[in-house]
Write a protein that binds this ligand. Sequence first.
Ligand SMILES: Cc1cc2nc3c(=O)[nH]c(=O)nc-3n(C[C@H](O)[C@H](O)[C@H](O)COP(=O)(O)OP(=O)(O)OC[C@H]3O[C@@H](n4cnc5c(N)ncnc54)[C@H](O)[C@@H]3O)c2cc1C
Length: 471
Amino acid sequence: MSYRVVIAGAGPGGAVLARELAAKGIAVTIYEKGEFSELGHNWSDAVEIAALEAIGIEVPVLKGGRWEGALVKRSGSDEGLFERHAIPRLKLFSPDYSSVKDIAFRMLITDRRALGKMLIQQAAAAGAEIRYGCEALGLLYRERGAGGPGGVDVYGLKYKEAATGDIKETKADIVVESSGYQSTLRRSLPPSTGLAGAFVDADFGLVNREVRVRDPILAKTDFIADHYRYGFHTGYQWSHMHNEARIDIGAGVRPDPANPDPKDLIEEFIARHPSIKPEMVRGGRALCIVGRPLPNFATGGFIVIGDAASTSVPTTGCGVGSALFAGLWAAGVIEEAALESRSDLEKLWEFNKIFYRDHDRGPSLAALSALRIALQDLGHDDLSFLMRREIMDRETLEAAVNGRFVPPGLRTKLSSLLRGLAKPSLLLKLNQVVSTSTKIYRHYKRYPQSWDAAAFEKWSRRAEELFGKEE
Ligand SMILES: Cc1cc2nc3c(=O)[nH]c(=O)nc-3n(C[C@H](O)[C@H](O)[C@H](O)COP(=O)(O)OP(=O)(O)OC[C@H]3O[C@@H](n4cnc5c(N)ncnc54)[C@H](O)[C@@H]3O)c2cc1C
């Protein structure tokens, strides 16, 4: 096939997309700024089991509280993909620890270096070309004289080769941006496309995570539950065991001088647990995108996926699952486009439709982002009250942690009313937020089926109105 796809970024989204396209015989090249050895993160992340299964990874089985399977680590530091300790259920504490809920946790603690290497090796084995040390700088496009996403046709990208310093251009039928939250490519488009906006501070969480060693003797009396302390300082703090000897501790907050540094929140947790030794064995600190997903992911010849499109779960910052699903879904759309030798927006709109209409993911992420914004403004006392009184109940919180928004039924609303009588203004505020989030969820489910400039404009106006109530 003479059809050619280029992808910027070899993260989970770009690697899966390249693997799928190459396996179908489509010529695909990834331009990756970093080197092979730098892919992923130097720690393990909670990754959606459903997404790992969807991309065909052999998911381990649960035996006696541990994962067992070919891809599970045998020691703390080997190349295995998954940490041994299983967390099928997680303790969810209120910020002041006054209540705890036991929730299903549909995640596997996955080594991000191992995942990064595995996915890119699979892409290369399927026939994708990977160009390391090549930083994408901007898109090549032709303007069509119209506003909105129909206003441009992308036909390639500009990139810089680190080895030579040369700036080059490459042409393609479709360019996919999968380069993370810096989203350099979509931001090189004209503002009139609606795709060029930069993310702002409020779209991020500042996250620290540290993997530490535990003293096995002290650990016998120093019990630490796998948990989230949800709503803690506008974000959350957590700990997950990796195995008998290692524990992952982290915290994320809205970047704001009024908030404590997440590193200090980790230190405070460690100070309360004598079994945790001082030295950090892995870990890091970075911004994590938690804003609302872009309302459109395409123009002619261009699709944006993963963090570049802000598709992480806003209430946790977990974005690998969305990036993996987006890689798979984009591959299906591009394969069809290639068979018809097309790359127009009408054809690529199918990706938006899959994300927002065919699956619950898009509407849930949009609704959860409105919920996050409002809940971040509540103090510890109010949040703890809502959790303690079951106004924010187990079902709602379990769904939110696992990336789903569940619109409350009439019974839930009535029982919340009774339980929240002691704080009527708080209850009123929560009701308004939940009602707006529910409207957002339903609005995204009615996303335009096909590309139609007028229909999309009308839909976008209403989306902005709804978000305006929360932002
Ligand atoms: C501290 C922290 C903790 C996290 N914890 C979790 C978690 O527990 N679970 C979870 O699911 N998610 C977690 N995330 C989020 C997760 O890492 C991202 O959502 C996910 O990696 C997004 O995948 P992606 O493919 O969109 O982009 P990325 O993984 O960001 O990959 C982008 C790739 O593009 C490359 N690149 C960047 N710019 C350019 C350019 N101009 N040209 C070429 N290449 C470029 C980068 O080098 C990188 O390889 C966490 C993030 C942070 C920072």
